[in-house]
Design a protein around this ligand. Sequence first.
Ligand SMILES: *Cc1c(COP(=O)(O)O)cnc(C)c1O
Length: 425
Amino acid sequence: MTPSDIEFDKQHIWHPYTSLISPLPCIGVVGAQGVKLTLDDGRQIIDGMSSWWSTIHGYNNPRLNQAAKDQIDKMSHVMFGGITHPSAVALCRRLVEMTAKPLNRVFLSDSGSVAVEVALKMAIQYWVAKGKPQKSRMLTIENGYHGDTFAAMSVCDPVNGMHELFNNVLTQQLFAKAPQVAFGEAWNEDDIKPLEALFEHHHQHAAAIILEPIVQGAGGMRMYHPNYLKAVRRLCDKYDVLLICDEIATGFGRTGKLFAYEHSDIVPDILCLGKALTGGYMSLAATITSQAIGEMVCKTDAGVFMHGPTFMGNPLACAVASESLAILQQGDWQQQVSNIEAQLKAQFAPFEQLDVVADVRVLGAIGVIELHNPVDMESITNAFVENGVWIRPFGKLVYIMPQYIMSERELKSLTSAIYNVVSQL
Ligand SMILES: *Cc1c(COP(=O)(O)O)cnc(C)c1O
């Protein structure tokens, strides 16, 4: 990329969560291979973010490339209303196989936020059909993140989310304090008390509870005790509230289980998937429920579920996603993620001695260094790039979620670079 390309970008293009008044410069990336990004000056740097949890099998993966090429020569797109096609069937067959047994009805959509909107609409329509339209509000926990569209925003953390700006238009949902007992700590029954109280007081108006199982991602990178999620399932059964697990970040092996709800041995009523679904090749998401819930959703006067994106079930995205799941079904991810977890635990341990570090957390292929103070984004990102890695912290959190294919040496380079940078803060 020429300097004038970068300048054009700065003048005319909007990036995620950025100011147009004082935009931070972007780095130009012109290629990617395996776990590395190629910068426009020819440098190669190790990507610690998997492009926001998604590129689990690495960039330019030969099998995913082939799946895309094969599909593009057959049919890039066809509408999904009244039409089906082999890649959607192949993908949904795998999704039904891989998820817990009752989850056997798949609704495809374009992005994670939309998958969440779809889940919330399903839950609301379900109660309308059951003759309890007053059950229309959502329960959730603090520190959650569920996307940037309006209904999704309404269940994001009220403080670090976007509530303040949009308060006048967001549906007021019902929040409980986030779980405090961390994954790996001794369980304490008191942890569920705030949520229990919320259920007791509000279940008559609650359609569903939505939460990220075990790992809360963009709302704080917190990892909580599996017994908490077990207790959530029990409360849902006791008070007749649907359980929506948002596994858009945690799904497909990231936490060491194929789906994070497996840590708690529970089954959600509705499951949201996205991010890694296509191995990071393109945008695709899914909302999965049971036949029984799906049938109830369709018993309103409308007679149908009221949703249908233009690009629903896009064949290109489905073909790549199906191949990505085929790679997962071969099972190497289990050893890969468990190796990454062991290495991260060992190499993150010395961080605990640093004064700037408040907490270190590792689960599966997720490593989090929580600092005492928020980082300066521009200087820390530059320092990482100079140390040969791509890491994009937010607030006090420096975190990585490597591609499952990352080698021991590459991961060592990544953790050493983080140590170099963080110990200089
Ligand atoms: C990223 C994310 C979303 C939103 O997905 P988009 O594809 O960015 O719309 C929703 N929920 C969770 C848990 C996420 O991590």
